[in-house]
Structure formats: C-alpha cells, structure tokens
Design a protein around this ligand. Sequence first.
Ligand code: UDP
Length: 471
Amino acid sequence: MGHLVPVLELGKRLATHHGLEVTILVVTTHSSPAESQLLDPSTAPKHLRILQLPPVDISSLVNPDTKIVTLLAIIMRQARPSLRSALSAMEHPPAMFIVDLFGSEAFEIANEFNMSKYVFVTSTAWFTALTIYCHVLDKEVEGEYVDQNEPLRLPGCKPVRPEDVVDPMLDRTNQDYYEYIRIGVEYSLSDGILMNTWEDLEGTSLKALRDHKIMRSIVKVPVYPIGPLTKPVEPAGPNSELLEWLDKQPSESVIYVSFGSGGTLSAEQTIELAWGLELSQQRFVWVLRPPIEGHGGSSFFTSGSGPDGTPDCLPDGFLTRTHNVGVVVRLWAPQVKILSHPSVGGFLSHCGWNSTLESLSNGVPMIAWPLYAEQKMNATMLEEELGVAVKLKVLPTKKVVRREEIEEMVTIVMESNKHGRKEMKERAKELKNSGKNALSKGGSSYKSMCEVINKDCQLRLESHKLQALQQ
Ligand code: UDP
C-alpha cells in the first residue's frame, strides 16, 4: 500500500494537472481487498489507465527466509516478460517510463522501447541519499552497520545513526543487502529521480543530492522533489459508526493509533499498548491487528473474545473500561478520513512515509513508533529535524515498550498544557501549509514536475533530430 498509494497519486497528477496520457502497470503476486479497491479501474480519472499484469508466481524462487527487497527484485525480474507484452500491445508506446523505487530491474525494458526512464522514490530525500551512497559505505565501513560506534556519514546530509539504518542494511551477508546496493547504483542510470518530498521539508538533503561534490559525482542525474503526494479522503464506507463517534468528541481530543498496512506487534507489546492507552485516560481510535511474534505480515483474529467482546489479545475487560473514551477498529480503518477529522489531535504511528505525510498534511503531531523498512530514519527526522513528533526512547525491535512510557508519550502529544505539544502542533500546521503550497500551481513540487516533463520533451526532440540526421 505504501507504494501503490503515491504511485497512483503521481499518475493522477500527471493526467489531470499536466495533461499526459498515463498508464499504470501494476505488478503483484496477489492483491489484498484494500489494494483491489484502490486499483479499481472504474475509479480512475480520464486519461489514466490502470493495467494489472498477470500475478507473478515466485513460489519456486523463494523460501520463508527470503527478505522483502529480494522478494520484490525477484517479482520484478519475473514480471519483465509480461511488462514487455503489455508495452508491445500499446498502440502508442509511452515516451516516459517511471518505475517505483524497487523497479529499476525494468530499466532495460525502457531502453528496448526507447523510453526515457525515471525512478519514483516513495520516501524521503534522506533515504534516497543513503540508498545511492550505500555502495560507498560498503567499501568504507567494516563490520555490521548496527555495530558501529559512530554515525554513518552521508556527504552533505544528516548522518545516519547505526541503530536507524534501513532493514536491508542490517545484515551484510544477506542477499537483501546486495539487492539494496544494486538498486541504489541503478538509480544513477536513470534520467532522473522523483521523490515524494518537497523543498521546504528536506532542503538539506536535497541540496546535498544536487550540489555536494562527492554526492553529485555519485548521483549523476537530476533529482525532483514532487510531493507530498497523499491519498485523498476515502469515500464513505462501512465505518460510519466510527465517524459518528468522532463527530461527538471534543476538538483535537482523540489520538489515532495505527501501524500502517503491514505493522504488527507482539502479544506482550499489544497488552502494554492497551494499558498505556488506558492509563493515559485520553480518547483513542486504535486499528488493532492480531499480534504475532517477530515482524511484519498480517493475519486474522483466530482467538476468541471475552464476555464484553474484548479480543483475547487485549487485557480482560479492556473494551468495557474504555468504551466511553475509545474505539478499537479491527484490521483496517479509513485513515485519511480519521486524520482529517477535527476531533483527532495526535497520531501514534509506525512512521511509514505515507502515514507520515498524511499526518503532516493534516497538521497532526505524532508519536513515532518505527517498526521496519526506513521508518527509524523517518522517526528520527520527525523528532529531531522537523519537531513534529516524540520518538520512543528505546526501539520496539529491541525491547518491549512499557505502559508507563506509552502513557507519558500519549500525554505529551495530547495534553495541551504539557511542554512540547503546542510547539509540535505549530510545526505540524506550518508543514501542512508548506506542503500544500509546494503542490499548488507555481509551487516548488509543481514546478519540479513541469521540469521533468519539459526536460523529457527536450530529450525526445533531440533524439528525434539525431535519428533524422542519421537517416
Ligand atoms: N492505511 C489505511 N488504513 C489502515 C492502515 C493503513 O488507509 O488501517 C493506509 C494509510 O492511509 C497509508 C497506507 O495505508 O496510505 C500505509 O502506507 P505507509 O507508507 O504509511 O505504511 P506501510 O503500510 O507501507 O508500511
């Protein structure tokens, strides 16, 4: 979801704001109901076509230990024949080919069809810099990154703390690490790198990617911040009771708790979170997933429920004790609708980049509870650079976060008289406005998108002239 959402928004903007004909080619192994809803071709605007390629069967190529970046790389490699067929079947082959951040495996197809090629990083400029620079770190740093005593230096950018490195950098012997390095190297083979960020949000990292001598010599291609591209407010759905409940709550009094489309907590952590929320005495909406040991994935509630309907994974009687102040939603909620509701005043989030942008776009301060991917970097940036979040003291991957800490963080973010809340709220509001301005006509991200399109037209003109001369 974290990739589909911004890719779809990019497609919509190119079609509706920039007058292009856009086809989104979707490569998957299977689609969840939420994904299918998002990709429903009947909801696409004029000039945007969504084409789902046949699902890829990778069962014989992976094992239960295969990690996510490797999985995605295998999926992309296996999808290349159907990508080729889809492009061949088009009446007019496209001029520009934009791949998702894990899609550079398809660049060779862009070359075959004489298309210019771009990568769209659905995350930050800081993450982009780390990805591109990782092959240099690979030569400079000895031992595992997480064991380093000093932060990892990224020319011109904020250094990355060893404990914040992205998941594929956690084990340098794993194939995931090599795939990640390869991806970073391939970005520089593109005609440009698009990112879901904007000038005012990440000025330092963007400047480094463009101007820093060392970084520039590695990046080689132009970078284009075109965000924040976020999911629009969801259409009315089956959650009207939840929204009616929100309508009755005082302004900015509710904390929204969700760990994205894939985040799960352990059984012990789920209990501590429940107690932390209850002890804080704040109003809440919690999107609850069944706990699993370890990381990632999502499953369904298989356990029974207590007499008051409290799921077994929560403390006995939790729903009864909190029914005046909280709502537990199972598995999935209309997140943008919730974050844009005037009763919502805080967001306890796993810091997936889309959730982060959705929070910022609504001026909502956050509790940063990173779980996987690049979320630890996002959490650090939100707290230390942007000043819109409080971050967990100890990462949940290392230790169970105790109820007292959760209670304290919820209170900081939600209680207006506590030190910090006011400042975070003001910063979040400023960023909401600066993101809106960036996207509006004449704004930095709007102009950036125009630049890509103009440059691309120029490139094509030159290539046609060259072809004509050669003939
Ligand atoms: N989302 C949602 N309802 C949920 C959980 C997630 O609508 O209950 C959406 C959320 O609005 C966001 C996306 O799923 O657009 C999650 O993307 P993100 O990058 O935050 O995290 P990921 O799921 O990729 O880890």
